[in-house]
Design a protein around this ligand. Structure first.
Ligand SMILES: [Zn+2]
Length: 138
């Protein structure tokens, strides 16, 4: 059974309290509490969204690598030899017969590209032997 508060039995409780006539509305303290709560929620949400974005970009990068490796395997099936290793450029063996366009790494941005080694494994490449962006391409 619920216990009654100070205003329990006869009153309608704290939620039914009414401000005196002419003073309805929110006090400055109430508004500040709401603003602080919203600020805390935003402060929690921003890092979550940014890490989700980085995770999606990395997964896209790996998917790009798998796409290019699949194209290399198709080339192997058709030509009985792997395509030449090295940077997979926009006018390479893959385009336009096997893939429409060569993707670039969403983390590396424009100017980033992929290269393939002699075994057909595709990795990210910034043209200088690696990335200056710390994510696990290799
Ligand atoms: Zn990448």
């Amino acid at each position: 059974m619920l216990e009654s508060g100070p205003e329990g039995a006869g009153g309608r409780g704290v939620w039914a309290m009414r401000a005196p006539h002419g003073t309805e509305g929110f006090s400055l303290v109430e508004l500040m509490v709401v603003v602080v709560i919203i600020g805390v929620l935003v402060a929690i949400a921003i890092p979550v969204f940014s890490s989700a974005k980085a995770s999606a970009q990395l997964k896209t990068c790996f998917a790009n690598q798998r796409t290019l490796e699949g194209a290399a395997q198709t080339y192997l099936a058709q030509q009985s030899v792997l395509p030449p290793s090295g940077i997979i450029g926009s006018s390479s063996w893959a385009v336009p017969t096997l893939i429409k366009a060569v993707p670039c790494c969403p983390l590396g941005g424009a100017g980033s590209y992929y290269s393939m080694d002699d075994s057909g494994t595709v990795t990210g490449d910034n043209g200088a032997g690696g990335w200056n962006i710390p994510h696990a391409h290799f």
